[in-house]
Design a protein around this ligand. Structure first.
Ligand code: BDR
Ligand code: CA
Length: 316
């Protein structure tokens, strides 16, 4: 893992549920990628808030990008949120300007299907519950074959954050995740194994504030809110999960990954929403019917990833 610069800017559609770290992911994707569109999904907070937050993030940063509103609820599961972490409206206590933008459509699924057909070399990066992506696969089963890559922030091989074994994005809509993991392999799983190693705190927030741009000021406020919440859990800095998933696409050489079958658990009393990752040697599982293999990201050059996220925020 070296910190050499990325050449080329991948074309990215970002499916997200802003959310503190989603908003920082939007800025990161716009800086290091060509951000082709944003789709929103119910997740950290309700769809009206996640959509408003995506629009306001794009507005603060002056991004020329369409926002398409997506699913308002999970496929089957009851609607849950993460307002305890992200605040009641999803962007903590950051003062927001009056919104002057509006959505390009109310059909994120159609946008995802159209973008995959019309944009070459498109990477779909999903950093919220996978409801929109599952619905897009249902509408267009050939969707995955038209993408250059599918990367999700979600899951994890070793631990959860909402339950002992389930990560929020998978846990919030496990049926959608099960469709995506089984029908859109191979995907890249940027899960808690790696995102819990990319921690931003006070010094990164200060760097952002001193940049003095509206987007950097905004992102500093989001980060400060995030690590204040993390302190309540005994952490000194905050994982910026969703921006880490963007860097995994734009700077893949900074990450360590390997291929393993992954199944989404739907039924366990204590394990619903778990991404069951088979790390046994391939020879040990060759004779068994296995779930599809996914690209599991384990580790990163965390200092380099953190620096890139700060650079993205400062320079957007
Ligand atoms: C994921 O859950 C959400 O709260 C964050 O935005 C991130 O996408 C981390 O588990
Ligand atoms: Ca998210």
């Amino acid at each position: 893992m070296t910190a050499e610069a990325c050449t080329g800017r991948p074309r990215i559609v970002l499916d997200c549920d802003p959310g503190l770290d989603d908003a920082i992911a939007i800025l990161t994707a716009a800086h290091f990628g060509e951000l082709v569109g944003i789709t929103t999904v119910n997740g950290n907070v309700g769809i009206e808030h996640t959509t408003h937050n995506a629009l306001v993030t794009a507005q603060v940063a002056g991004l020329d990008v369409e926002v398409h509103r997506g699913a308002a609820r999970p496929l089957i599961a009851p609607t849950m949120d993460a307002a305890r972490i992200h605040g009641a409206t999803g962007l903590g206590d950051v003062a927001l300007p009056e919104l002057t933008r509006s959505v390009a459509s109310d059909d994120a699924v159609a946008f995802l299907c159209d973008a995959a057909r019309s944009v070459d070399d498109l990477h779909l990066v999903a950093v919220g519950p996978l409801t929109n992506v599952a619905l897009a696969l249902r509408r267009d089963p050939g969707l995955r074959s038209r993408l250059a890559g599918l990367t999700i922030m979600g899951g994890g091989a070793h631990a959860g954050n909402v339950t002992p074994v389930a990560e929020f994005n998978v846990w919030a809509d496990p049926e959608a995740a099960a469709i995506v993991f089984s029908e859109a392999a191979p995907l890249t799983m940027v899960g808690l194994d790696v995102t819990h190693k990319v921690l931003l705190g006070g010094s990164e927030a200060s760097r952002m504030r001193s940049a003095g741009t509206p987007a950097a000021h905004f992102a500093a406020g989001l980060l400060e809110y995030a690590y204040d919440r993390c302190r309540e859990f005994g952490l000194e800095a905050a994982p910026v999960h969703d921006a880490t998933a963007i860097i995994a696409v734009t700077h893949p050489h900074l990450f360590r990954r390997s291929t393993h079958p992954v199944a989404v658990e739907l039924h366990g009393e204590h394990t619903r929403g778990m991404t069951v990752t088979d790390v046994r040697p391939p020879a040990a599982i060759a004779a068994e019917p296995a779930p599809p293999a996914q690209d599991v990201v384990w580790d990163a050059d965390a200092a380099a990833v953190i620096d890139l996220i700060v650079q993205a925020v400062i320079n957007t």
